[in-house]
Write a protein that binds this ligand. Structure first.
Ligand code: SF4
Length: 352
C-alpha cells in the first residue's frame, strides 16, 4: 500500500479522492468506485502501487498512437481496477477484478482482503525497475494502459517523473475521466495521451459504460490546451454508437478542438457482457472514416481490421502516403524529425 497524494481529508475520517472525475467520498474502511484506493484510518492508500497485473512490450501503434514516434516499442503496464464499467471491455478480467471480487465477497473487510491478495500475487515493478528496464533495453517510452491509469495516479506519476529524468517519454491510454487536479499535476510529464470518446450521448455513457460523457469531452479540450499530444479513439459498436448522426457529432467535436487531432475508428469484437452483439462490419469503419474526413479532420484511421483502407498516414496537402501500416505495425515512414511531408513540406502534426 502506498499513501495517495490526490485526496482531501473530510469529517469523521472520511476522505475525498481527487484522482478522477468521480471525486469519490470514501468512508473509513472502504474503497472508491475503482476498488483500488482504500481509506484506512482517514488516509487514502493506493493498493496497486508497484504491482501491475499486466506488463508487455508493445508496438506504439497498438495504443493506438499513429503520430507519436511511429515504429518504436513502448513498455506497457496496467493494474487491476477501473473507474468505468464498460459492458464491452476487452480487458474486463483485469479492469473489473475488484468488482468481481466484491460481488463474491460482499462484506467490506473480506473483499478488501481479497483485493489485497490479488494484488500481492502480481510481480513487483517499482518505478526504478521499469525505468532501468527501459534504459537497458533502449525502450524510448512507457504507456500507462490496459486499465484506466487515472486510478493508479501515484504509481504512474512517480514512474513518469523518473522516466523523464532519464529521457524516456510517457503515454496515457485513457478513458478521459481524469480529474482536473490529476492533469494539472501530471501534464508536464505526459507526452501523449489517447482518449476514448466511446460515444456521443450521456445515455450511452450511463447505460453501457457506467460513466458520464461531459468530463471526457472537457478533458480532450484540456489535454490539447495543456500541450499534450492527443489522439482519440472510438470503438464502433453495431446498433449502439454507429449512427451517421453520432459519428458526425464525434468528428465535429474533435474538429472543433483541432483538425490535427487523429481519430481512430476501430472495430468491436464480442466481449464481456456483449457477447451477443455482432462484430463491427468493415463498411461501418469506412463510413466513419469518410464522415471524419468530410467533417474536416486531417487524420482519420480505421483499426482492428488489418489491411483495411485507412491505416496509412497521407499528407493532407499533396496526398503522398507518408506512413504505411499494416494492422499494428509500421511498415515504412517517410516523415523525418522535422515532421514535414518530404514532397510538399506540409507540417504533419505529431511527434516524429
Ligand atoms: S480514482 Fe476515481 S473512482 Fe477511484 S477512488 Fe478516486 S475518484 Fe473514485
Amino acid at each position: 500500500m502506498h499513501k495517495c497524494i490526490l485526496y482531501k481529508k473530510g469529517k469523521e475520517k472520511s476522505v475525498q479522492c481527487e484522482a478522477c472525475s468521480w471525486y469519490c467520498k470514501i468512508p473509513e474502511g472502504r474503497t472508491g468506485i475503482c476498488g483500488v484506493r482504500l481509506n484506512e484510518g482517514g488516509n487514502l492508500y493506493l493498493l496497486v502501487y508497484g504491482k501491475p497485473v499486466s506488463v508487455h512490450l508493445d508496438n506504439i501503434e497498438k495504443k493506438p498512437l499513429f503520430h507519436f514516434m511511429p515504429g518504436t516499442k513502448i513498455f506497457s503496464l496496467g493494474t487491476i481496477g477501473c473507474n468505468f464499467r464498460c459492458a464491452f471491455c476487452q480487458n474486463w478480467d483485469i479492469s473489473q477484478a475488484p468488482v468481481i471480487i466484491k460481488s463474491e465477497y460482499p462484506e467490506a473487510k473480506k473483499h478488501i482482503e481479497m483485493i489485497k491478495k490479488a494484488v500481492d500475487a502480481c510481480e513487483d515493478w517499482p518505478p526504478e525497475k521499469i525505468v532501468n528496464y527501459c534504459l537497458e533495453n533502449k525502450i524510448p517510452s512507457i504507456a500507462y494502459t490496459y486499465n484506466e491509469p487515472a486510478i493508479f495516479f501515484e504509481y504512474a506519476y512517480d514512474t513518469a517523473r523518473l522516466a523523464h529524468k532519464n529521457g524516456i517519454k510517457n503515454v496515457y491510454v485513457s478513458n478521459g475521466y481524469e480529474s482536473k487536479e490529476n492533469l494539472e499535476k501530471f501534464h508536464e510529464y505526459m507526452d501523449a495521451i489517447n482518449i476514448d470518446i466511446k460515444g456521443f450521448t450521456e445515455e450511452f455513457y450511463a447505460n453501457i459504460c457506467g460513466a458520464r460523457l461531459a468530463p471526457v469531452l472537457e478533458n480532450v479540450k484540456r489535454c490539447h490546451k495543456l500541450g499534450i499530444w492527443v489522439e482519440t479513439t472510438t470503438l464502433l459498436i453495431p446498433g449502439k454508437n454507429d449512427s451517421d448522426k453520432e459519428i458526425t457529432q464525434i468528428a465535429e467535436f474533435i474538429k472543433s478542438v483541432s483538425p490535427d487531432i487523429p481519430w481512430h475508428v476501430t472495430a468491436f469484437y464480442p466481449a464481456y457482457k456483449m457477447l451477443d452483439t455482432p462484430p463491427t462490419p468493415a463498411n461501418t469503419l469506412l463510413r466513419a472514416y469518410n464522415i471524419g474526413k468530410k467533417a474536416g479532420l486531417k487524420y482519420v484511421y480505421t483499426g482492428n481490421i488489418p489491411g483495411l483502407e485507412g491505416e496509412n498516414t497521407s499528407c493532407p496537402r499533396c496526398d503522398t502516403v507518408l506512413v504505411e501500416r499494416y494492422g499494428l505495425s509500421c511498415e515504412a515512414n517517410k516523415i523525418k524529425g522535422d515532421g514535414k511531408c518530404p514532397v510538399c513540406k506540409e507540417k504533419i502534426a505529431g511527434i516524429w
